[in-house]
Each structure stands twice: as structure tokens, then as C-alpha cells.
Design a protein around this ligand. Sequence first.
Ligand code: DGI
Length: 153
Amino acid sequence: GSIRNEKTLAMIKPDGLFGNYTDRIKNVILESGFIIFKEKVVQLDEGSAASFYAEHSTRSFFSSLVKYMTSGPVLVMVLEKENAVADWRTLIGPTDARKAKISHPHSIRALCGLDSEKNCVHGSDSTQSAEREISFFFKEVSTGGVVTEHDEL
Ligand code: DGI
């Protein structure tokens, strides 16, 4: 039978890049059977970071989150495999890296995260957010599988 591959958006946040965790994280990605379909390094500005995390705009930590997300470059990747969205969420672990270190010691956030904000990686939390977040960074990637190159970003 045919396996319909799924795509998700993964991001190594500024502390992950600064801390030199990129190679270790990519090893986990590849050893777990993902294909890195697209990747690029991006420096978010305030507007784009706020727009990416728009659903959190009313939270008390929002301005701090935007400041953190703009504190350095991020590496965004489109990961592809069967069940990519859920499997990548499992690999990164809980939002709060302090909790991850206790409850999910082998997760990526346990490896390189610091707390509930500086948690070193991002993963789309549903196929719907994956679609939004992939087109946010990669206008040319269709989650439906058809690829047209535009090189707009
Ligand atoms: O999908 P997640 O990244 O696991 O978690 P989320 O969608 O609830 O929150 C998005 C980001 O917002 C998270 O990666 C870091 C930040 N954040 C979430 N909860 C808190 C937070 N930042 C602070 N300072 N405090 C929080 O409680």
C-alpha cells in the first residue's frame, strides 16, 4: 500500500543555534526516520515573531517570547515522514524544559532547553498548524505534496 507522508514544521530556536545543538538535533531527526525536506536560517523581526505566535498575543509572556525569538537566528525545517506532526512533538517533549528533564529525559527539550520559554525547539501541534507554519516560512511548499519553486524567501 502507499504511505502518505506528512509534513511538519520544526525550528531550532536562538538558544539551540547559539548552544551548538544543531548537529545533535539533526542526528535525532534523521535517526528517527524523518527527511529534512527544506531548511533555512532566518532572523525573525518583531513583526514576524509576533505573527508566528499570534495565538499567544494576549498572554503575559508574549513580549518576552517575541524578544527571545528575535534574539538571534533560528533554523526552520520542513520535516517529512509518516505521522510527522505527532512524532516530532513526541521527540521534542513538554513545553517546559525543566519538566522535560524530569519526565522526558531523552527528549530534545530536556537536552538543550532551559525553561518554559527558552525551550530550544518548536514543533507544529497539529496538521492544521503545520500547514500554516510551513507556508509561513516556505511559501513554495505545499503540504499536499506538489512543489513549485518560487524562491520568495
Ligand atoms: O507548542 P509549544 O511550544 O510546546 O507550547 P505553546 O504553544 O503552549 O507555547 C508556545 C511558546 O510560548 C513556547 O514554546 C514558549 C512560550 N511559552 C509557553 N508557555 C510559556 C511560555 N513562555 C513563558 N515565559 N512562560 C510560559 O508559561
